[in-house]
Design a protein around this ligand. Structure first.
Ligand code: ADP
Length: 470
């Protein structure tokens, strides 16, 4: 049951100590309050009761024929009372348990002998934490006059508390000890119940720090700890996914770098070692050039991605004309689409937009070069710009090879290429659309695609007009 982990000992001990302190403090307060209650309410009541008994003792004796006061008082002690009898000559006799008589002055005795009743119980001084109820002193008695054979005596009466309440005291003490012991044991166990899940969480944290994301926590609890465990499990799952993505990314990058490098190595070696014709030589050199361009493009795309990843939400906001930017991209790529004998149409008027022009230029570049690349010669590419109340919509339609339903959901993923073998020969990395998506999302926009295999694709990009606010 005791704790093994040193780290948790403090919390465990702290809870136990706090509870113990609370228990002791409440016991003290309760004792103090009951004492007050005794002093202000029970003590006068007790005084009245004992006075009544003392008077009854006197009345019974005085009204009976019995003249032997000693025998009478001795027999009365069996009822649970102690008696002190003072004669007017100062002679004292005790019946029952002897009391401390020093605290009683002779004036008190004289006043009782003169017929007054002494209310020692009511007037007994109040001491905090010491109940006068059990104090066996003569000052804590009721004094009444009693007539014995025409003589007056002062009779002091006190209940024999030990005899009357002895068992009760043991019973109460036992009750208190059992309550204390039981609560202490319960605290030891219940604290464990609170601390144990925290210990488990600590263990789980250590595991995660060491790279092990498979943590099993009890998430059935409905309390705060249960919620913490639930969120913790969610966090570890998300960390695991991030880690997997990271590893996947690194392996994809390495793969993308490896293949052009192997090809460059192979061809440069061939150039050095083999007897080649001029045509072969220039073909090999062309391949080397193409592969290095691919590498360079890959590295610049990776830089863009890491820049976008690290940027978070911040972006440059510049007012510029989207339409003229699109036209610029079209003229830059002119040789590409003219070479393929494609028809390119642009529809719409000039629209002003606030955003990062450099990044958006990349978006159009990536989507338009894709459309050119994946459309067969003689096809058409149409670019429409619609300005709506709250957003700008750019729709790019091509009559290209299209994308199958299985692939369409993945084309925005990093390194995803539909036809791995075919795109291998072209300057394709599978990063273009993921970069475009990231940039559009940075501008609070959306990018969507509809495509029919062998029919063509429609890429729709929407950008909110109110983005100046950012
Ligand atoms: P890549 O550098 O390979 O073009 P992208 O992320 O831009 O990478 O595109 C991912 C894949 O989506 C491409 O490999 C291609 O198969 C497919 N794709 C993109 N645009 C089109 C399009 N207009 N028509 C058909 N397929 C497309």
């Amino acid at each position: 049951m005791m704790l093994e982990a040193g780290t948790m000992r403090t919390l465990y001990v702290r809870i136990i100590l706090t509870t113990m302190f609370i228990m002791i403090a409440s016991a003290c307060i309760a004792f103090f309050v009951t004492n007050m209650y005794y002093h202000y309410y029970l003590k006068p009541q007790n005084d009245e009761k004992v006075t009544h008994i003392a008077q009854s003792v006197v009345n019974i004796f005085e009204q009976s024929d019995q003249k032997d006061i000693e025998a009478y008082l001795s027999s009365m002690t069996h009822l649970g009372y102690n008696f002190h009898l003072f004669a007017d000559d100062g002679h004292a006799q005790t019946f029952g348990v002897p009391l401390d008589t020093i605290s009683l002055s002779s004036e008190v005795i004289t006043s009782v002998l003169n017929g007054h009743i002494y209310h020692g119980i009511k007037d007994y001084p109040w001491k905090p934490f010491v109940t006068g109820f059990f104090n066996n002193e003569i000052a804590n008695t009721i004094g009444v006059p009693i007539h014995v054979n025409d003589e007056v005596y002062a009779l002091f009466v006190r209940p024999h508390t030990v005899q009357l309440f002895g068992e009760m005291r043991i019973f109460l003490a036992l009750l208190l000890i059992i309550i204390l012991l039981f609560s202490f044991l319960s605290i030891l166990i219940s604290t464990q119940y609170i601390v144990k899940p925290i210990q488990n969480l600590t263990e789980a944290t250590k595991k995660i720090a060491a790279g092990n994301y498979h943590v099993k926590l009890n998430v059935d609890r409905r309390d705060e700890i249960g919620r913490l465990a639930h969120d913790f499990t969610k966090m570890s799952d998300s960390l695991e996914r991030t880690e997997e993505k990271r590893q996947e990314f690194v392996s994809s990058v390495s793969h993308e770098i490896q293949s052009p490098l192997t090809s460059i190595q192979g061809f440069s070696q061939a150039l050095r070692e083999e007897q080649l014709s001029d045509d072969e030589r220039s073909h090999y050199l062309l391949i080397i050039e193409k592969e290095s361009r691919r590498l360079s493009q890959l590295s610049s795309q990776l830089l863009t991605l890491s820049f976008l990843d690290s940027k978070g939400d911040e972006r440059t906001n510049v007012l510029f004309d989207l339409m003229s930017q699109l036209k610029e991209v079209i003229s830059t790529t002119e040789w590409l689409w003219r070479n393929k004998d494609l028809a390119l149409e642009v529809l719409g008027e000039s629209v002003q937009f606030v955003g990062d022009p450099k990044l958006l230029y990349q978006v159009w570049m990536n989507v338009i070069t894709n459309a050119i690349r994946y459309t067969k010669p003689g096809g058409t590419i149409k670019i429409e710009v619609h300005k709506k109340a709250t957003q700008i919509e750019v729709v790019m339609t091509d009559t290209g090879i299209g994308i199958s339903k299985e692939d369409v959901s993945q084309i925005f993923d990093r390194f995803y290429k539909v036809d791995k073998a075919r795109t291998r020969t072209e300057a394709s990395t599978g990063l273009g659309l993921s970069i475009a998506k990231k940039i559009i999302e940075l501008h609070d926009g959306t990018i969507m695609v509809e495509s029919e295999l062998n029919e063509g694709s429609i890429f729709t990009i929407t950008l909110p007009v109110l983005s100046e606010k950012k």
